[in-house]
Design a protein around this ligand. Structure first.
Ligand code: GLC
Length: 477
């Protein structure tokens, strides 16, 4: 029989002490729910002064599954930009899409250059797929906070997730895109009807609601985090219009900003590592809840925590691996890898990862401490998402709720989804029920569905061009 590995219990106890601020008691989670509900209420009254904007999306009609036609969808919200062609005429028809990597420098240039780049991508795609002669409706998933004045009039409130292009905040994003498209002479812009601008949470909700009408929440835990839900018009103080049917609208909470007014820190939930990560972003003091939860930041949080453990001589005998000092050296997919390990598999994935990226000199105790620190950061993130979802479920009158979800963290992390689900079970009223439904490419399909639903209401059935009559969505030969 092999000897049991030597474990230094004192080091483990000290690391436990240092990292236990990431463990949130049920009581703390409930206090967070209470605060979040207050912030929801403030946002529903007036978004100017509120921290959580609770943005009206103008998406009011859920899909009925009968949406038909061929649509273009754009998806901008992370490091990639996608153009997608979706055919809703055929059930489960494969989507044709093309991914374009957004060069780092474009994330912080003059906005016009970003939209020119997007226009170029659209042109490349439509040329590749011989769409230049189609009149086609387009839904744009733009996953940043936008105040909307209608389904396709909006104003960007602020950039998030590392974007910081000048000249876009306060502007109408659809107009900016149209201007860039117009500049490209070879592109016959008249044929692309931008009919809807949506957030990825709305897309996620819509793509699932297309199959399951019980869906009432759209959740994203990916590069950023956010949720939307279906609200009753008479509960929205700031609703600008009449209470016509359907008496509901999708609200984009923009919950990533929870805590930007200090309420989360006041509850003692933010750690010094959260503050370090926040200080090193392009938007310090903003999106504080998102920075405790989402893929853009989780790896950084763990990296900073591991550095402190080294500095306090609780890890690697006090020797900080050089690469660990580099920002971005510990991406969130490493967090997932480590969480997929356990003592029973002898921390194989963690060993491989550290051998490759940081150091080959570690002890069994080091591996346990890394595992504990990593797990505390990711489990807290899942607990915070459970707080968000539970607050929404408690906020709505529905007894039965379906959460449509998407995003790399909740999809790819080995336990995140289960942790969120367990957390919600614990936090909501026992009489309420919920289930979670994975959205299949909500950002793409959702935008097409919203475009289709809006066309269902008011699309011009035909267009006349060169004295010929064409039905929308059909090829013009
Ligand atoms: C950020 C954006 C939000 C988006 C979320 C998920 O929080 O502000 O609009 O929904 O990321 O992508």
């Amino acid at each position: 029989m092999k000897d049991k590995p030597q474990i230094d219990d004192k080091l483990i106890a000290a690391a436990n002490e240092l990292t236990k601020c990431f463990v949130l008691s049920d009581d703390k989670l409930r206090q967070l729910m209470e605060k979040l509900e207050q912030e929801f209420q403030l946002g529903l009254c007036n978004e100017e002064s509120a921290t959580l904007k609770m943005l009206i999306t103008y998406v009011r009609h859920l899909p009925n599954g009968k949406e038909r036609g061929q649509y273009l969808a754009l998806d901008l919200g992370g490091t990639n930009f996608r153009v997608i062609l979706i055919n809703l005429n055929i059930a489960n028809a494969p989507m044709v899409s093309q991914k374009f990597v957004i060069p780092d420098e474009l994330m912080a240039v003059d906005g016009e250059r970003l939209f020119d780049f997007i226009a170029d991508c659209i042109i490349e795609f439509t040329n590749n797929h011989k769409l230049e002669t189609i009149r086609i409706a387009l839904g744009f998933t733009f996953s940043f906070p936008c105040v909307q004045y209608g389904l396709c009039q909006s104003k960007l409130v602020r950039w998030t997730k590392g974007f910081n292009c000048s000249g876009v905040v306060g502007k109408d994003v659809v107009k900016l895109l149209k201007n860039s498209l117009k500049k490209k002479t070879q592109f016959n812009n008249a044929f692309v009807d931008i009919v809807a601008l949506i957030n990825d949470t709305t897309g996620t909700l819509m793509s699932c609601a297309h199959k399951n009408p019980n869906c009432n929440i759209g959740l994203i835990v990916g590069t950023g985090t956010n949720a939307c839900y279906i609200e009753q018009l008479d509960r929205i103080d700031k609703w600008p219009s009449n209470y016509s049917d359907p008496k509901t609208v999708v609200i984009n909470t923009e919950w990533g900003a929870f805590g930007d007014n200090g309420v989360v820190d006041k509850l003692g939930v933010m750690t010094k590592w959260d503050k370090l990560v926040d200080a090193d972003t392009v938007n310090p003091g903003r999106q504080l809840y998102e920075k405790m939860v989402s893929g853009m930041y989780l790896g950084e949080l763990v990296r900073r925590l591991l550095i402190t453990l080294c500095e306090q001589k609780l890890l690697f005998n006090g020797q900080t691996p050089e690469n660990l000092l580099k920002k971005g050296s510990f991406p969130t997919k490493s967090v997932s890898k480590i969480d997929s390990d356990s003592e029973s598999n002898k921390f194989q994935a963690t060993r491989r990862l550290f051998d490759r990226d940081f150091t080959k000199t570690y002890t069994e105790t080091d591996l346990r401490i890394i595992h504990m620190a990593n797990n505390r950061v990711s489990k807290r993130a899942a607990d915070l998402v459970a707080v968000g979802c539970s607050t929404l479920i408690e906020h709505m009158a529905n007894q039965s709720n379906t959460i449509a979800y998407d995003g790399s963290v909740i999809k790819l992390h080995p336990h995140f989804h289960q942790w969120v689900s367990d957390g919600i079970c614990k936090l909501i009223d026992k009489k309420k029920r919920f289930e979670m439904m994975l959205s299949e490419d909500g950002s793409g399909r959702g935008a097409a569905i919203v475009a289709a639903v809006s066309y269902r209401e008011k699309r011009p059935r035909i267009i006349i061009r060169d004295r010929k009559v064409y039905e929308i969505g059909t090829y013009i030969h």
